[in-house]
Design a protein around this ligand. Structure first.
Ligand code: FE2
Length: 155
């Protein structure tokens, strides 16, 4: 059926492509955070193990909301590791970083999702796509807050 929500097909495509990048960044950050939850060691173990768990659980819920917004715009959502690697601005880890480096890399990851979201927000705003703007505003809020909390561990 035709989609008649007041956002034309080319705009929906453009927003869907942008949200796919947000989804790929978020999924890559989800996996990185879960990886660090499993593999963190050292005197901060308990704090970081639990903190990372809270963060990956939040990300697991968030990726679903982003993917379903893409679908509501009539666009297919990416859902393979191959697509996520191609679309994400966040790189995967090769080895196991030390605890402090895990924190630094997660800060960088959350900042990356915030920047990608901010770029896509402009496209959504220009197309009067308020639900996407609302979703991205909430995502930026979470990522900027989480980056601050992680950064605070290093001060
Ligand atoms: Fe666990």
């Amino acid at each position: 059926m035709n989609i008649d929500i007041g956002i034309d097909a080319s705009k929906r495509e453009e927003i869907g492509a942008g949200l796919s990048k947000v989804l790929a960044d978020s999924y890559t950050l989800y996996l990185k955070t879960h990886n660090f939850h499993w593999n963190v060691t050292g005197p901060m173990f308990q704090t970081l193990h639990l903190m990372f768990e809270t963060q990956y659980n939040e990300l697991a819920l968030a990726v679903d909301l982003v993917a379903e917004r893409i679908r509501a715009l009539g666009i297919m959502a990416p859902g393979t590791y191959k697509q996520f690697v191609a679309l994400s601005a966040i790189k995967e880890e090769d080895g196991i970083p030390r605890a402090e480096d895990m924190i630094r890399r997660l800060v960088a990851g959350h900042e990356t999702v915030a920047r990608t979201s901010r770029e896509v927000f402009k496209i959504a705003e220009a197309a009067s796509d308020q639900p996407t703007c609302d979703l991205l505003t909430q995502r930026m809020q979470v990522h900027e807050k989480t980056a601050w909390m992680l950064r605070s561990l290093l001060e």
